[in-house]
Ligand binder design. Structure first.
Ligand SMILES: Cc1cc2nc3c(=O)[nH]c(=O)nc-3n(C[C@H](O)[C@H](O)[C@H](O)COP(=O)(O)O)c2cc1C
Ligand code: SF4
Ligand code: SF4
Length: 259
């Protein structure tokens, strides 16, 4: 069983590759939360995967919320696969603490570098770089499956960067403020199509007079609304207007409304 969260498709792509190799199924974390489904039947000695992007050098708030509520009757061994754009810092070790605080065993930790999507601060890489990263992810997933099968539990994330402890501590404090929806706004290009309202995994957007309004004070800031708006009309702060948008090209977002 592989639970995933994904704003722009990278983590969904990795979750699918893993599921293909492991002959496993994938389950959307927002769907579980929105449907109130937190109890799952496990097979004996089944490993449970969590696939998620790194947000502010840690887990997205929605993933933590899901773990808080998850109710598994059997002893379960988890593995975590994070996708990231730059580096991961202490995401893995902090996640391990979070899991053990909930009485859950996070046994293996992995990371897969994917195209960056945090455009309020950084840029989406060129198409060539994105293609190379997406193609390399296949090998990374293959290696992960091999390690899961053959190696003992451990932190196999080799993308922590410098001073991971300090970086994560500082950025986690910023994420608390970073979850505010106050900085989202919509420009004149909005055609009132309603897609942003339909795809938001936390139902934080509602169309009022044909324009999106953020009806919750905070959200995980997955940027699905910003990247997937067909008119690139959604902005966050001052620096996103001229930035390219990104969705993982391997995911057919036309068919899959909400991730
Ligand atoms: C709110 C937010 C925070 C992010 N923080 C980080 C970060 O701390 N380190 C990093 O390397 N990438 C960071 N990223 C980039 C994403 O982790 C990366 O692009 C990821 O693959 C996106 O996955 P998705 O397409 O499944 O949403 C961040 C992205 C968002 C939206
Ligand atoms: S997805 Fe974009 S164009 Fe459609 S309603 Fe939302 S902001 Fe407007
Ligand atoms: S409002 Fe936008 S950034 Fe926030 S959860 Fe919804 S889709 Fe993601």
């Amino acid at each position: 069983m592989i639970f995933y969260f994904s704003g722009t498709g990278n983590s969904l792509y990795v979750a699918r590759l893993l599921a293909d190799e492991l002959n496993d199924c994938i389950i959307s974390i927002p769907d579980c939360i929105n449907n109130g489904t937190f109890e799952f039947e496990l097979k004996d000695s089944e490993k449970i995967g969590i696939v998620t992007p790194v947000y502010f050098y840690g887990l997205p708030s929605i993933v933590e919320t899901f773990l808080d509520k998850l109710n598994l009757k059997k002893y379960s061994s988890f593995y975590l696969v994070v996708t990231f754009g730059s580096f991961t810092a202490n995401t893995g070790p902090n996640a391990q603490k979070y899991f053990s605080g909930l009485g859950l065993n996070l046994d293996h930790i992995f990371s897969v570098k994917m195209p960056e999507n945090y455009v309020p601060l950084l840029k989406v890489p060129s198409q060539d770089v994105c293609s190379a990263l997406i193609s390399d992810a296949q090998k990374s997933v293959h290696d992960i499956v091999k390690i899961l099968d053959e190696n003992p539990p451990g932190d196999y994330d080799i993308h922590k960067g410098k001073f991971p402890g300090i970086v994560s501590s500082l950025c986690r404090m910023i994420y608390k403020d970073g979850m505010t929806t106050k900085k989202f706004w919509v420009d004149d290009a909005c055609t009132s199509c309603g897609l942003c309202e339909r795809i938001c995994p936390t139902n934080a957007i509602s169309l009022q007079d044909g324009k999106p309004c953020w009806t919750k004070d905070i959200c995980p800031r997955c940027l699905a609304c910003l990247h997937r708006c067909p008119s690139s009309a959604i902005q966050l702060g001052h620096f996103t207007k001229k930035k390219d948008r990104y969705v993982n090209p391997e995911i057919n977002f036309n068919q899959e409304i909400r991730q």
